[in-house]
Each structure stands twice: as C-alpha cells, then as structure tokens.
Design a protein around this ligand. Structure first.
Ligand code: NAP
Length: 289
C-alpha cells in the first residue's frame, strides 16, 4: 500500500489564511501592519524567484513587503550600512537577507548584523541560543514548517526515534533542536547524521521519523527506510528532470506510512513560517518588547 501524502501546500494555505486574520486583528488593535524588508543582492534567478514568492505570500496575508535590490558588485560595507539603517527604521519589523550572497560578502557578518528583534529567519546567534534553551522568539522557518506538518498530520513525536540527515545551521541542527524540545511536536529521541556518519543506512532503518536535508537527489532509497516510518523530504534539488527531493519518492512511498512530496511538501511551509515570524516581530514591536 502506498504512503499517505503529507500535503504541504494545503497546510501552508490553511496557515496563511489564519495568519491573515491575525494580521488584521493586530492592525485593528494596535494600528501596526507588519512590514518585511527583503534584500536581494545580485542577479541569481533562483533567489529572485524565492524573494518574489515570499513577497507575494506577504501581500496575500496583508503583510507589507519592500524589496531592496542591490547590484552583484555591492560591497560588504554597503550591505552592512543598509542593514544598519533597516535596524533603526521603526516602520520595518522583519529583515530578510536572501542567501546566497556574492563571494565578496561575508554572509555570517551580514546575518549577525541584523537586529535580533528583526531576524525573522531566526539565524542570529541570539535567536539560535533562545531556541537551544527552549524559549524561542523566532522559530527557524524550515524546521518549524516540518514540525507543523508533523503536528497537523497527527504524527506522534514523543518517544519516537527521529533521524535527521544533515547538520546545517539552517535545517539539520535547528530541526534536531526542535524535535528534542519538551512539548508538542517534540520529546523525540533524535539522531543527527552527516557526511562522516558510519553505517548511515543502519541508523536510518531505525527511524520512526526520517527527515532528509542533504541536498542530493534521491539519496534516501527504500532499503534505508523502516516500514511504516514517516519520511519528510526537505531537499530541493534542481535537476534536468525538474525539482526533486533527497528521497526516492516513488520507491520510498511504497514503504513509508506517510511522506512529503517535492515540490508541494516542506517548501510552502517555509514561506508560511516566515510570515508567522514577521507577524511575531510586529507584535513584539507593537508591545514595546
Ligand atoms: P547544506 O548546508 O549543504 O548541508 C547538507 C548536510 O548534508 C551537511 O550537514 C552534510 O554533511 C550532509 N551530507 C551531505 N552529503 C551527505 C552524505 N552523503 N551522507 C550524509 N550526510 C551528508 O544543505 P542545507 O542548506 O541544509 O539544505 C539541504 C537541502 O534542503 C538542500 O537540497 C536545500 O536546497 C534544501 N532546503 C530546502 C528548504 C525548503 O524550504 N524546502 C530550505 C532550506 C534548504 P557535512 O556537514 O558533514 O558536510
């Protein structure tokens, strides 16, 4: 029997509708409309599409968005100046610097320069620290999107063995952190695997929940998955055959009990969570926190 499909588009749509209601309530109560500044440096077509999708989602939820496009030859100090101005601008609640940045710019220095109160991607060390301590201000968008899908789909994380493939700062590490926190969507026993992991398939076969965030098309094959496991595919790989995930969807969906497709799984949730964080930033700003 084939796995149930975990529909990220439907979940994201539901969440964005709910967010639109909360955005208008905030505006009615405080006069504040959340405002996201997106900064795009250079001409990378994929980045331009990502930013456009984020802006469109903002508009649909009633969130104001402004795009600052800078040329590819922008210097680090010019970008840092722009971030500093946005940090001081009270009309801007969230700042998103689209990655990757051109090679002359130190990405970490730029992400560190974003005010933690406006860091809607949740990349600032201050916000990462709060997540580690289990008292998040902004949830990391992609991992939170995955957690939301698990909760919405009624997947029991408590006591489950969750295996995360990948240890990046934006997906793998914060994903593991969310799954091990106490409370709904957490309380899992988490194993994190990476390129130095030995006997990887032996570990993945013990996963009740398997989350793939590696960046290699079709890396996870059916023999790596325990029958009945829930498989979440974060991978977004552009191939000659179009967008594919890190999971061999056709084969693994014959073994798993539930699985996310690519596209239409985790991707739409990431954007919805960015909106949620922008609303949080505006609410914190309105309350003077
Ligand atoms: P990344 O920074 O390149 O990290 C990849 C991780 O996978 C690293 O920890 C790496 O291990 C590990 N890895 C690579 N090859 C491996 C192997 N053969 N065996 C075991 N581990 C291996 O990538 P990322 O930014 O986390 O992104 C991962 C994927 O998710 C990409 O396809 C990306 O496009 C996608 N993504 C999707 C969304 C979304 O919204 N859907 C958001 C973000 C990312 P080492 O640390 O040892 O090198």
């Amino acid at each position: 029997m084939g796995a149930e499909i975990i529909d990220g588009r439907a979940a994201a749509k539901e969440l964005r509708t709910e967010l639109a209601t909360r955005v208008s309530s905030l505006a009615a109560e405080t006069g504040v409309t959340p405002h996201l500044l997106a900064v795009l440096v250079g001409e990378d077509p994929a980045s331009a599409i990502y930013v456009r999708n984020k802006q469109r989602a903002c508009e649909q939820a009633g969130i104001q968005s402004t795009l600052r496009r800078l040329p590819a030859e922008t210097s680090q100090s010019e970008l840092l100046d722009l971030v500093a101005q946005a940090n001081e601008d009270h009309s801007i609640h969230g700042i998103l610097v689209q990655l990757p940045l051109p090679s002359q710019i130190d990405e970490q220095a730029v992400l560190d320069a974003v005010s933690p109160a406006k860091d809607v991607d949740g990349f600032h060390p201050h916000n990462v620290g709060l997540i580690v301590q289990g008292r998040p201000r902004f949830m990391p968008c992609t991992p939170r999107g995955v957690q939301h899908l698990l909760l919405r789909h009624g997947v029991e994380t408590s006591g489950a063995h969750a295996v995360v493939l990948g240890r990046s700062e934006i997906v793998g590490k914060p994903m593991a952190m969310l799954l091990m926190q106490k409370g709904p969507g957490g309380d899992a026993t988490v194993t994190v695997c990476h390129s130095r992991t030995r006997n990887l398939a032996d570990i993945t076969r013990t996963a009740d929940i398997l989350i793939a965030a590696i960046g290699t098309p079709h890396f996870v094959t059916a023999d790596m998955v325990q029958p009945g496991a829930v498989v979440i595919d974060v991978g977004t790989n552009r191939t000659d055959d179009g967008l594919t995930g890190d999971v061999d969807f056709a084969a693994v969906s014959q073994v798993a009990s539930a699985i996310t497709p690519v596209p239409g799984g985790v991707g739409p949730m990431t954007i919805a969570m960015l909106l949620e964080n922008t609303l949080t930033a505006a609410r914190l700003s309105a309350s003077g926190s």
